[in-house]
Design a protein around this ligand. Sequence first.
Ligand SMILES: *Cc1c(COP(=O)(O)O)cnc(C)c1O
Length: 356
Amino acid sequence: MDCRWKGIIEAYRDYLPVSEITPVISLHEGNTPLIKANNLSRVISPDKNLQIYLKYEGLNPTGSFKDRGMTMAISKAKEAGKEAVICASTGNTSASAAAYAARAGMKAYVILPKGAVALGKLSQAMVYGAKIIALMGNFDDALTVVRDIGENYPVEVVNSVNPYRIEGQKTAAFEICDFFGFAPDFHFLPVGNAGNITAYWKGYKEYYTIGKVKSTPRMVGFQAEGAAPIVKGFPIKNPQTIATAIKIGNPYSWQSALQAAKESDGLIDAVSDEEILNAYKLVASTEGIFCEPASAASIAGVIKLSKRGVFKGDEVIVCTLTGNGLKDPDTVIKASEKPVELPPDTVEIAKFLGLE
Ligand SMILES: *Cc1c(COP(=O)(O)O)cnc(C)c1O
């Protein structure tokens, strides 16, 4: 691997709709680690020797996989001469759009569901200089407004309705295949607006078609139970979940997510908030990896399917950890014991630690 990594557009230029005249707006996104999770695997299934790997997308420049799509969307908007971009967001799209727009010298407008965005993400949109609207409505309402504005005003929509987002995000599948030299057996990921599962499946299929890999993974997407329109088969008016990044009731890429599951012999299913929180704490405490609650839906999904007896043993399983846990510290602080307060007394502290 070239250590002078220049971002996903330079790395995968041949597979992306860019040309020499495309101004590449990059923060050197991508090239995220694929971490083997042996401890997690032993806890989930001691006897199956599952080869679980975590694609840690929280290490992207703004802390989520959205940067892969945003480098493409913003570069193409710049190429088209656009001066402003707009998005609806549960937080990460707005953080990413604001950062890349700043780098491109463009304006960013972001519409967020009021009171439903993790503080870290809100602070990012603020510091990157976006114009922010807290909408009195949910994500689905925000996306409707954004698409209206995109149709009627000279502003580029950079939600995953923008096909360049999907193009950029498919590079994560390329990285995984390049790492192994083959495709995994299973790929698990959280599903919100369903752009990412669509993008990964597109990436795997493209590598398969050109002969870079000889198989494709079974695509397994997990929604949160209180925000599971694809599983239930109808839009959810008031989606509810602690995993705010996937709190979406009417996903834009609904049909392509179903298609990815069907074509790959995979599935879309749901996990409860409790299962999500357990998986969230488990991956942190067994592997030292802090992801967002929504990200942990992928691991909760592996646990669920393992209990259901889906795995025979030795399967290569990739989970995408979509975002960085530092964006949403409130969730873990609320769910944890407060630190004990003690005076600076060595003996007393040693006693408390059980060393005396
Ligand atoms: C955007 C996001 C998701 C959901 O991805 P979709 O493409 O909308 O399905 C999941 N987790 C995190 C952290 C996200 O930012």
